[in-house]
Design a protein around this ligand. Structure first.
Ligand code: GLP
Length: 241
């Protein structure tokens, strides 16, 4: 496992964007596993910046996103499809048909999940999976206690995740209670993993994930078993390591 400690959020974002762009330059038609949440926003901004300067092209890149809220349409401002369009896809040359986000309005969510697993397989697997981490150690929407053997599935969000994500909604009541999420198995099958963490409020989760024992109670701790993980964080998030 490689750990890069950056001075602050901006430097952390730049480092993470460097790693993603290296992947894209090395394999222009790579499959990127992408993440949402506040942490990767700066990384996406940096990638957009480099694209606009002509340093990077996503013309052949395929992408799969980790998760989506169940019940939100792709046009809902808090849906993860909307997030990806506004933070990245609308500003780069990735082909719309090459971007994949789970459909939060799927009539049959279990079928949607099964089709997503098949899609990942058909794409040839994920070359580089970007991840953030929740305060309780969740990755994507794999909450504490979720089985490490799960693939894409329907998840009931924990109180802690609802609490953390309510800042994006008008009120707590509006936060969806369920989501569709890649499972730990999909994530662990990615050839490389890049986790971004920022801020003092993530320091405990980082410590428990990477210095504690591997346990379902801290989903991110499973990454200790992956052969190619890079952790990029700012000082505040990494200082307990
Ligand atoms: C959400 C997402 C996760 C993300 C986490 C942390 O729950 N499903 O993929 O890693 O939030 O988000 P943030 O980066 O805003 O702390």
């Amino acid at each position: 496992m490689r750990i890069y400690q950056s001075e602050d959020y901006k430097a952390m974002s730049r480092r993470a964007a460097n790693i993603i762009s290296a992947q894209v330059i090395y394999k222009p038609d790579c499959v990127l596993g992408l993440a949402t949440g506040g942490t990767p926003v700066g990384t996406y901004q940096q990638l957009v910046d480099w694209y606009k300067k002509g340093d990077l092209s996503f013309a052949e890149v395929r992408s799969v996103n980790l998760d989506e809220y169940l019940g939100l349409s792709p046009h809902h401002e808090q849906s993860y499809r909307y997030f990806m369009q506004s933070n990245l896809f609308d500003h780069i040359d990735i082909k719309p048909e090459n971007t994949h986000v789970l459909n939060g309005l799927a009539k049959d969510p279990d079928k949607e999940c099964a089709a997503y697993n098949k899609l990942i397989q058909e794409l040839g697997g994920i070359d580089l999976q970007l991840l953030g981490m929740g305060h309780n150690g969740h990755i994507a929407f794999n909450e504490p206690g979720d089985d490490f053997g799960l693939e894409t599935h329907v998840v009931t969000l924990t109180e802690s995740t609802i609490e953390a994500n309510k800042r994006f909604f008008e009120s707590r009541d509006e936060v969806p209670r369920k989501a569709l999420s890649m499972g730990i198995k999909n994530i662990m099958n990615a050839r490389r993993i890049l986790m971004v963490v920022s801020g003092e409020d993530k320091a405990d989760a980082v410590y428990r994930a990477f210095c504690g024992r591997v346990t379902k109670e801290v989903p991110a701790s499973v990454l200790q078993l992956h052969p190619d993980v890079t952790l990029v964080g700012d000082k505040a998030a990494l200082h307990k390591l």
